[in-house]
Every structure is written in C-alpha cells, then in structure tokens.
Write a protein that binds this ligand. Structure first.
Ligand code: NAP
Length: 323
C-alpha cells in the first residue's frame, strides 16, 4: 500500500510517498481503510519536530514514527485479536494526534479505543475535516465558559483551520461574533456567519472601541496585557497557545492579571480525540449548525502539494487528502 512518510525532521520537502507493507492489526487494534484525511497545523509541527521539546517524545535525533497525518475518516477493514467495539465495515473517524499519526496512507493501524463511530449521514470528507480542529474549537470555547445568547465573542485568527469551526459553534450558541484575520479572508469569515470582521493588518482589535465578553485567541500573536484592554468587566480570555514562550506567559501572567482586573484570563489543557467532542461535532454537523469548510481535495500522490497549500496560508477551510 502507499503511505506518506518522512525519515528526518524538516520542512515539507522531507515527505515522500512510499510503498510499504499493509499493516496487520495486533491485539486491541484495527486497520482502517482511509477514505479521507485532512491536514492541520499540528501536522506541520510534527514534520518539523516543533517545539523542540516535543522531540523527547517523538525522537531526539530523528522521528521514531515515519507516518504523517492525524485527521482520518474511513472504514474498519481488519480487526485484531482481543479487540472489542469495532467490526469490519464500521464507519469510523478520529484524531490520531496521540494515536500514532499515519492518516495519510491507504490504510492505517490504530488502537480500536481511538476510534469513534461515524454516523451514516456525515460524509467521509466532512468527517475527515473536523476531528482535530473542531475539537480544539469546542474545547477552547468550552474553556471560556458557557456563552449566553447575545454575548459578544471575539475569535482572533478565525480564518485558519480551527477558526471556521469556532465561528460557527459560537454563532450556534447565540453569540454576536467578531472574527479577526487577514483582509483576504474577510469574505470567507462573513460567509461563515461572523457578524463583524476585522483585518488584523489594518486594525488592532485590542486598541479599538469594541469590548468583548469572551475572546478565543487562535492566532496567539499578542500578550495577555493587550487582550485585557478589550475585555468587558468579568470578560473571559482563552488562548490556544502555539509556543513555549506564550505558554509560560499565558499560564503564569494570565491568571494574575485576570485577578487584578476583574477578568478571567487562562490557558486550557487540550485533550485530543475525546469521544464526547466527536459526538458533539457529529450533532452540530447533522443539524447544519456547523458545515466543515473544505478548501481543496488532493490525491495521495499529490499530498506534498496539499501540505504546500496548507503552509501557504491561502486555504479557505480544510485541505483534504483522498487516497
Ligand atoms: N495549545 C494547544 O494545546 C494546541 C494544541 C493543538 C494545536 N495547537 C496549535 O494551535 C494552532 C491552531 O490554529 P489553526 O490551526 O487554526 O492555525 P492557522 O490555520 O495557522 O490559523 C491561524 C490564523 O490566524 C491568522 N493570523 C495570523 N496573525 C494574526 C494576527 N496578528 N491577528 C489575527 N489573526 C492572525 C492567520 O492568518 P495568516 O494566513 O495571515 O497568517 C491564520 O488565518 C496551531 O498552530 C496548532 O499547532 C495548540
């Protein structure tokens, strides 16, 4: 079978399509026939071995895992011994971030416990687009606390992988949503349902007149000190932190600043691939409240081009790879 692999850490050039042995499921494992996979920023980090501290787990000198890709939707093809909860033919989906990666292949071997059942009414393409980014959107919005109808919610960095889910989920919860991203993406943000849009290259939302009850900061380019300015009294700020420096600042300074200013500013602990998140996403997709946006589809042979599309920042929604 074909699989996208890499033997060293590095940029997209380290990727190559290889012919490898078809996987055989061990105890507690299944082999999934991949029907669709999607790319996330986490896949670029995984390629680069970024942040460097993560290499303690993924291989200090070179990656111990050659496989690439976390978001997967497909059908169970083979079930290993002593494996319960899955049968051949079952439709499944997952975020394989902490379950071995390797979604960019004809087949992937995974622990059965990592898979959630995929309802019949959700297409493989929509399912592949959602687990990683949709869960990050759900968990970050959950971390700002319950959103009351009419609350003003800011999604900063709304036009990437996570943002389109966050905008739609916040709208579904009745928020008045302001979405910030590059000027080229403002039409896309309006189409997602954002009530107000801001071009970050022209306007600094933290210095404007608007005040927000809740901020989900996906871009994570500013300090908590900046975002404190645009919160209402009692307002909540949650970043999806991207680097160690930001993590230290937001974990240490955020709660202190929040206490001093009557706001709530804190990072959250992300838990990948939670069944309850995938079930909630399935409900939101089924009801039409969330429509996964798909930018382009690539074959496995063109998966490197798919990665280049992701890193270009030009995508409007998720980039899919269909083996
Ligand atoms: N903390 C955790 O537990 C955790 C877990 C998983 C993933 N992550 C990380 O969280 C991030 C998830 O976000 P994502 O996948 O949606 O990223 P993304 O696709 O890179 O989207 C970020 C968006 O923010 C925009 N942006 C850049 N600078 C901005 C600014 N100053 N103000 C407002 N918007 C700005 C970008 O636009 P441009 O195209 O113009 O740059 C882009 O559209 C990833 O980096 C991932 O690695 C964190």
């Amino acid at each position: 079978m074909r699989a996208l692999v890499r033997d060293t850490y590095g940029p997209v050039d380290v990727l190559r399509l290889a012919t490898v042995e078809s996987p055989v499921p061990g105890p507690g494992e299944v082999v999934v026939r991949v029907r669709a996979a999607s790319l996330n920023m986490a896949d670029l980090d995984h390629l680069l071995g970024r942040p460097r501290a993560s290499r303690v787990a993924t291989g200090l000198v070179r990656p111990t895992n050659r496989g690439v890709g976390v978001d997967v939707a497909g059908t169970v093809e083979a079930v290993g011994p002593e494996t319960t909860g899955c049968r051949p033919g079952d439709r499944v989906w997952a975020d394989l971030f902490d379950a071995g990666h390797g979604a960019l292949a004809d087949r992937v071997r995974v622990p059965a416990s990592a898979l959630s059942p995929l309802p019949d009414h959700i297409s493989f393409d929509d399912a592949a687009a959602a687990p990683h980014s949709g869960s990050l959107a759900l968990q970050s919005l959950g971390a700002v606390g319950p959103i009351r109808p009419g609350e003003r919610v800011l999604i900063n960095g709304a036009g990437g992988c996570v943002g389109p889910f966050a905008v739609q989920i916040a709208k579904a919860r009745g928020a008045e949503v302001t979405a910030v991203d590059h000027g080229d993406k403002l039409d896309f943000l309006r189409e997602l349902g954002a009530d107000h849009v801001i071009d970050y290259t022209r306007e600094d939302v933290t210095r404007g007149d608007r005040r927000f009850d809740a901020v989900v900061d996906i871009a994570d380019t500013r300090s908590v000190l900046a975002f404190r300015r645009c919160l209402t009294p009692g307002g909540r700020y949650v970043p999806i932190v991207r680097g160690i420096g930001s993590l230290v600042e937001k974990v240490l300074l955020g709660p202190v600043l929040g206490r001093l200013t009557g706001t709530r500013m804190h990072a959250f602990l992300w838990s990948p691939n939670q069944r309850r998140d995938l079930d909630e996403l399935a409900g939101l997709i089924a009801s039409g409240a969330v429509r996964p946006r798909i930018d382009r589809r690539y074959g496995l042979d063109d998966a490197v081009l798919a990665f280049r599309r992701l890193e270009s920042g030009a995508a409007r929604g998720k980039v899919l790879v269909i083996p």
